[in-house]
Design a protein around this ligand. Structure first.
Ligand SMILES: Cc1cc2nc3c(=O)[nH]c(=O)nc-3n(C[C@H](O)[C@H](O)[C@H](O)COP(=O)(O)O)c2cc1C
Length: 596
């Protein structure tokens, strides 16, 4: 296990996982463009170390977690499931029934105590080898990246933010981006549902300043742990110690009473003040869109400390796949046993990249009784950060949720749109842009499990008219709906596996601004040549209908399940287009991320 970031970078280099870029590059868009290109290469490309950064002496590392191999190297395993298996072993610790059991458990209990963070014992922790305090603080010395063309400024994108509850004294480490406003202030972008924001509310009620410290460039397990959705009150540093099998050594800050990883490359110390908010963003986000500008607390930096010859660690988030997909994958695997503790009926689950963490999860269920899938769906909508999830699809335990072809077979051969969909309302991730309301909106459960006696039967499948092969479909569509651009019969190859219960048609349209996509969808449903299709999905004109991943990404990001799934008799139009006032969507719709 790595003591610090530089050990990990050395390890990446020795294992052929690092590309050193020694020509001059700018932190303004150039490093991010190279990173984007690299992370889109097959299997995540390489980690990048930019050693010659314009206007800075500090090298910049990106994409260090961004491949199946590197995320395993970062977390010290050969396969991410090993982490889940270790968690499972610990969760199975139950009070000993006998002396013999107690002795059998002893090594594990002793091992567990090794994971608690320890205090740095020595004179100067590495992260404080160089110190700037007060008026000497100048964030422009750090090579902080301006990632996307329309970002509001440079953002620290891989920060470990340390706070402490005013009520319980418990520590939290979360990852919340920081927009640099000037030489000593930044935004503090903790979303309303996150622990940092919860602690901030405690200070706000008490009317006192909240100390905050930020570490940048810790050992990789600790950096990962800041992103992990640990229950509130459970210290993420314990998780980091568990992954490393070694405690994280923490050093006392110089200008507030928090502690930070002693081996970090950089530390920003300071505070936020209740009542002081400032407009932050837009910022090119995980969703592949710019997250909208909004008001967030201001972080006042009272000290910047760093190691001698520090390395600045950053990530680029944007249209998947990117580095954050691998961090999310680690969370998916690590948290499975914890989810199973609360819901033992869960066999496995999958959060596809295209769902950008919160938009879709596919779960396999060991079904025992009627309504079990609905129980699971409701339960998941109440579990920690799983409650952000917009769409939950449930399959039987025999189906591997990551087996896309098997799940598509169920969508084509089994899904009954009249009886298998569960609609609900609830919290949505701050990054959701599909709902007409911020942070709140519609959710959809899709039950693809076998029916049990007592559950309403699925409707008969013979009702879909057969498809006439010789028809010029797009010609017929354009005759009636001139804004149509292209169409494609989806999953046609899977229909040979039996009588289709559903036929899916994707149609791209160049919709006039004053026409709602619902109107376009309804006109399409009236076209006789489309009668063999009972699920029509609308996309904007620029969407390449041969790119399955792109289409899924659009569906999961852009569809509000209440407004954008329009039932027309026993058929349905799913509207994955951009929305505007003509659709009754009065919130701004974010721009998609592209480099110019
Ligand atoms: C690269 C990266 C950047 C992130 N940025 C933010 C952010 O700016 N704000 C936020 O609330 N969550 C952000 N997250 C997600 C949180 O770090 C994650 O939800 C974490 O569990 C929050 O910790 P908490 O539960 O202790 O609040 C980010 C995640 C990653 C991987």
């Amino acid at each position: 296990m790595y003591k610090n970031l530089r050990n990990f970078i050395d390890h990446l280099e020795k294992n052929g996982e690092l590309l050193i870029v020694d020509r001059e590059v700018s932190p303004y868009l150039e490093i991010s463009k190279f990173t984007d290109r690299e992370s889109k290469k097959p299997r995540g490309g390489k980690a990048l170390l930019f050693t010659h950064v314009k206007n800075s002496d500090v090298p910049v590392a990106t994409n260090i977690f961004g491949s199946p191999r590197r995320i395993c190297m970062a977390l010290g395993v050969n396969h991410l499931d090993e982490l889940g298996a270790r968690v499972h072993k610990y969760l199975n610790l139950s009070p000993p029934g006998s002396f013999k059991d107690a002795f059998a458990m002893l090594p594990m209990a002793l091992e567990a105590s090794r994971f608690f963070p320890r205090a740095f014992k020595g004179k100067t922790p590495p992260c404080q080898e160089v110190v700037y305090k007060g008026a000497d603080v100048d964030l422009s010395r750090l090579p902080i990246l301006h990632c996307w063309p329309r970002d509001a400024g440079p953002f620290v994108t891989l920060p470990l933010v340390f706070t402490r509850s005013l009520v319980t004294g418990k520590r939290n480490m979360g990852m919340y981006r920081l927009q640099v406003f000037d030489k000593n202030t930044t935004g503090m972008h903790w979303h309303i549902h996150k622990d940092g924001s919860h602690f901030f509310n405690e200070y706000r009620e008490a009317g006192c300043r909240m100390p905050v410290s930020v570490a940048i460039g810790a050992d990789p397990a600790t950096t990962y742990a800041a992103t992990a959705p640990m229950p509130r009150g459970v210290d993420e540093l314990l998780l980091a110690g568990f992954i490393r099998k070694k405690p994280v050594v923490m050093a006392k800050c110089l200008t507030n009473d928090l502690t930070v990883p002693a081996e970090a490359e950089f530390v920003l110390e300071g505070f936020v003040t209740p009542g002081e908010l400032r407009r932050e963003g837009p910022f090119g986000d995980h969703t592949g869109y710019y997250s909208l500008a909004d008001d967030y607390p201001v972080f006042h930096v009272t000290a910047v400390t760093h190691r001698e010859n520090p390395v600045y660690s950053a990530t680029l988030v944007g249209p998947p796949p990117m580095e954050d997909c691998y961090l999310a994958k680690a969370t998916e695997r690590l948290f499975l046993p914890m989810l199973q503790m609360v819901m033992p009926e869960v066999r496995d689950y999958w959060l596809p990249w295209e769902g950008v963490f919160h938009n879709i999860v596919v779960v396999s269920l060991d079904k025992e009784f009627p309504g079990h899938a609905q129980k699971l769906i409701s339960g998941l909508w109440g579990q920690g950060q799983m409650s952000f999830c917009k769409v939950i699809t449930v399959v039987d335990k025999e189906i591997n949720p990551q087996d896309t072809a098997a799940v598509i077979d169920l969508l084509v051969g089994r899904l009954d749109i009249m009886t298998d969909l569960t609609h609900a309302k609830g919290i949505l991730d701050v990054l959701d842009h599909s709902s007409p309301f911020a942070n709140f909106g519609a959710k959809l459960g899709i039950d693809l499990t076998r029916r049990f006696p007592g559950e309403p039967p699925r409707s008969r499948r013979t009702s879909l008219p057969s498809k006439d092969t010789g028809v010029d479909l797009i010609g017929r569509i354009k005759d009636r709906v001139p804004e149509s651009i292209n169409c494609r019969h989806l999953f046609e190859d899977r229909e040979s596996h039996g009588t289709p219960a559903n036929r899916f048609l994707a149609v791209s349209v160049a919709r006039p601004d004053n026409k709602s996509s619902r109107e376009t969808g309804r006109e399409l449903m009236d076209i006789p040549a489309l009668s063999p299709f009972n699920i029509v999905i609308l996309f904007d004109r620029e969407i390449d209908l041969s790119n399955g991943s792109l289409m899924l990404w659009k569906v999961f990001n852009n569809v509000d399940p209440a407004r954008d799934i329009d039932f027309v008799g026993h058929r349905v139009v799913v509207n994955a287009c951009k929305k505007g006032p003509a659709d009754g969507h009065d919130r701004p719709w974010p721009d998609e991320l592209t480099f110019d």
